[in-house]
Design a protein around this ligand. Structure first.
Ligand code: HEM
Length: 234
């Protein structure tokens, strides 16, 4: 088997595991009974209010902000930088590339470099603050290590061992259109890409599922109306 075929097959297998695992977890969250009415008060009394509450959590990490300003800052910067970096990477997945993504390319590069700061801060906190280390599990350290490795290999690709990004785009577009193409034959790209494949396989089985799970948190998604309406378990 050629390396092109190997990476094509592995990519499809990884995508099936990622999408299947993600959807399976969402299905589990959606069908888990929520027997008690437990919105964290003061809570919205309408469905629109609950949508606003969830939006403020997803966009601003509102309750984390109330709880701890330093963790909020570290976590928020991590997610914003990651988001900008994802926008930059979308150029490999689209043809033609929308104007807005072209404008945001530079911001994505800064986001990628800056991502190192919150990753290192959050890792420092896990290792050095006794009470945080005490409640940390393997997965808490591992995801920071994995992200750090992906970011460092990406920075290496951009500044030290460049790969042909047209080959990268052709490979990715080949995957998306089911017309497999040549895999970019650059050592560091193999590392960057393999780490991302691992990230995707790990995603549904890790704390990264908080991205989908937040919408199913009873303390956040329930309407505060137990005095007006009978609460039934679904
Ligand atoms: C978890 C997801 C990812 C993270 C955290 C990540 C991280 C990074 C970072 C920090 C850079 C350097 C800054 C930049 O050029 O934007 C970079 C570059 C790069 N990444 Fe990623 N990356 C991810 C996903 C991907 C994927 C899915 C691909 C494959 C299409 C990819 C291919 C590349 C390439 C080819 C470069 C070099 C860009 C250049 O030479 O201009 N990355 N990555």
């Amino acid at each position: 088997m050629t390396i092109d075929l190997i990476f094509t097959v592995i990519t499809y297998v990884v995508l099936v595991i990622f999408l299947g695992g993600f959807l399976y977890k969402i299905w589990l969250y959606a069908t888990t009974p929520a027997p008690l009415k437990i919105p964290t008060t003061p809570a919205p009394t309408s469905a629109i209010g609950v949508s606003g509450r969830l939006a403020s959590e997803v966009i601003f990490f509102k309750s984390l902000f109330k709880g701890n300003k330093w963790i909020w800052l570290g976590g928020y910067l991590l997610h914003v930088a990651f988001f900008l970096l994802i926008l930059r990477h979308l150029r490999y997945f689209m043809d033609p590339i929308p104007e807005i993504l072209i404008i945001l390319q530079q911001a994505g590069i800064y986001g990628g470099m800056f991502l190192l700061v919150p990753i290192l801060y959050l890792a420092y906190r896990r290792f050095m603050v006794d009470r945080v280390r005490y409640i940390s599990a393997f997965g808490d350290f591992f995801i920071l290590f994995l992200l750090l490795s992906i970011v460092l290999s990406g920075i290496g690709l951009k500044y030290f061992y460049r790969t042909n990004i047209m080959d990268v785009k052709m490979f990715i577009m080949g995957i998306l259109t089911f017309h497999p193409a040549k895999f970019p034959d650059s050592g560091l790209f193999i590392v960057h890409y393999s780490l991302i494949l691992f990230f995707l396989v790990y995603f549904p089985f890790s704390k990264l599922m908080h991205s989908g799970g937040i919408f199913f948190s009873p303390t956040l998604n329930q309407i505060d109306n137990p005095r007006e309406k009978r609460h039934s378990i679904s």
